[in-house]
Design a protein around this ligand. Structure first.
Ligand code: PMP
Length: 394
């Protein structure tokens, strides 16, 4: 049976990580894989997570099965974190625990197939590489719409709206709720409102991928798009991830939220999505979800977590400013100020694949071919070296 298979290339971003590990240059800089790093290059366990985990271990009494919806406490608290504790939308939504944000996207794909097997999923151009692969692998057609204006390093909102006007009812439009990966270019509140109007008029269903709540402007501000769309549209799909904002990458915790026209439909969705889960993995892992449940259920741990999240967010903002300052001090050929107007861990530096290759081969500076940088890989020790290297390849 296996003789028909051929080896597949490794994921390019993970491949970059391997190449970085092997590089013996003491000045090497890793701006590749999308994980948060501290000033000393570590990705530590957040204090709130470590404390909640200890509490979980001390109080857990059974490892018996849970339902296909996962951890009920987590599902409830996560929906409140996204929409706000008093939002009436809570009465017409259903949230289930999933294995990470990726698992949530795959569950969304399976749900879309049950509703509209022929639906096309429209993704931003560019988008997180796994979006296209994941929806295609699930058997859906994936097409992209204009999103990022490379010349001006911002959202091409007019182009995006023009493209979306042609999308038929029943198709799904995927947008990043905040901290667009890979560009860092997000919609303004006015743009979210205009997008909602268009979705209402055209009848397509938005699918919001929120992998970075709290990494952009703040927990509340980053949820503007999901809240506005949920409040103004009858239906919405939303995927969230605990990988980045709780730093629980390997615990695989995420959620799929389905907003329906009313509570009765939300209950139907709950039964359908649990049936989907039962057929794929039966039930999600809940260790990570239980930890988040403990944090969000405790005023003290929530405050600590929010403080740690604010520190991560603040550090990324500061690194954006630091890089721009260093680059502008060395040259005036290219304006990099757009980097400070973008959010989350990523931005395109805006150089060619050939220049990216030179950065890697001549200076051991690693970033994705598209020139997407993970800004969290910068620190006060490597910033001058990095800026020197970039200016040399410009
Ligand atoms: N969506 C986007 C846009 C992401 O950047 C990521 C993580 N890189 C995910 C989803 C998936 O996150 P997880 O690790 O929770 O599966």
């Amino acid at each position: 049976m296996f003789e028909s298979l051929h080896a597949l290339p490794a994921d390019p971003i993970l491949g970059l990580s391997v190449a970085y590990q092997k590089d013996g240059n003491p000045n090497k800089v890793d701006l590749g894989v999308g994980v948060y790093k501290t000033e000393t290059g570590e990705t530590p366990i957040m204090k709130a997570v470590a404390l909640a985990q200890r509490q979980r271990i001390d109080t857990e009494t059974t490892k018996t099965y849970v339902s296909s919806a996962g951890d009920a406490g987590f599902n409830d608290k996560l929906a409140k974190l996204v929409f706000g504790a008093e939002n009436p939308v809570l009465a017409r939504q259903c949230t289930v625990t999933t294995p990470g944000g990726t698992g949530a996207l795959r569950m969304a794909a399976e749900l879309i197939k049950r509703c509209h097997p022929g639906a096309t999923v429209w993704v931003t151009n560019p988008t997180w590489a796994n979006h296209t692969a994941l929806f295609q692998d699930a058997g859906l057609v994936v097409k992209s719409y204009r999103y990022f204006d490379k010349d001006n390093s911002c959202v091409d909102f007019a182009g995006m709206m023009e493209a979306l006007k042609a999308i038929p009812k029943g198709d799904v439009v995927l947008l990043h709720a905040c901290c667009h990966n890979p560009s860092g270019a997000d919609l303004s509140q006015e743009q979210w409102k205009a997008f909602a109007e268009l979705a209402k008029e055209k009848g397509f269903t938005p699918l919001l991928d929120m992998a970075y709540q709290g990494f952009g402007v703040g927990l509340e501000e980053d949820a503007f798009g999901p809240r506005y769309l949920a409040e103004t549209l009858p239906e919405l799909l939303l995927t969230t991830s605990g990988s980045k904002n709780f730093g629980m990458y390997r615990e695989r915790v995420g959620a799929l939220t389905m907003v329906a026209e009313n509570g009765t439909r939300a209950e139907i969705l709950s039964s359908v999505i649990q049936n989907v889960a039962r057929c794929i993995y039966s039930m999600p892992p809940v260790h990570g979800a239980a930890i988040i449940d403990i944090i969000l259920g405790s005023n003290e741990l929530s405050a600590l977590w929010q403080q740690e999240l604010a520190e991560m967010r603040g550090r990324i903002h500061d690194l954006r400013a630091l890089l721009v300052e260093k680059l502008h001090a060395r040259q005036d050929q290219k304006d990099f100020s757009f980097i400070t107007r973008q959010y989350g861990m990523f931005s395109f530096l805006g150089i060619s694949p050939e220049q990216v290759r030179r950065l890697k081969e001549e200076f051991s500076v690693y970033m994705v071919d598209s020139s997407r940088m993970n800004l969290a890989g910068i620190n006060h020790q490597n910033a001058d070296y990095l800026a020197d290297a970039i200016v040399k390849v410009l």
